[in-house]
Design a protein around this ligand. Structure first.
Ligand code: FES
Length: 103
């Protein structure tokens, strides 16, 4: 996988147990911090494209606000059917900024 690190947000703006919508290069990405780690997945639900950042995050489980589909923010996997899932992006925090790799 090639590296294409794009600035997403300031690290201090992402609190533990919270998530945020960011749009690096116009891509809709949801960023979450759980257990001190930062995860990034597609910001649009694979069901009917609802904005996932308005959903609920409990532990690593992200619940869509529209029809309660649940995903693991670590893997993007839909918890009720392993063949469905969200795109997952790698992240890094450097110099107080969070970056995502869109490749
Ligand atoms: S749009 Fe997310 S569960 Fe339906």
């Amino acid at each position: 996988m090639s590296e294409n690190w794009i600035y997403a947000m300031d690290d201090t703006a992402l609190l533990e147990g919270h998530m945020a919508a960011v749009y690096p290069l116009g891509v809709n990405v949801l960023i979450a911090r759980v257990g001190g780690k930062i995860y990034a997945v597609s910001g649009r639900c694979v069901h009917m494209a609802c904005p996932l950042f308005t959903g609920h995050l409990e532990g690593h489980t992200l619940t869509c606000p529209c029809h309660d589909w649940r995903f693991d923010v670590r893997t993007g996997r839909f918890l009720d059917a392993a063949e469905l899932g969200l795109a997952v992006y790698s992240t890094k925090s450097e110099a107080g900024k969070v970056f995502v790799n869109l490749n």
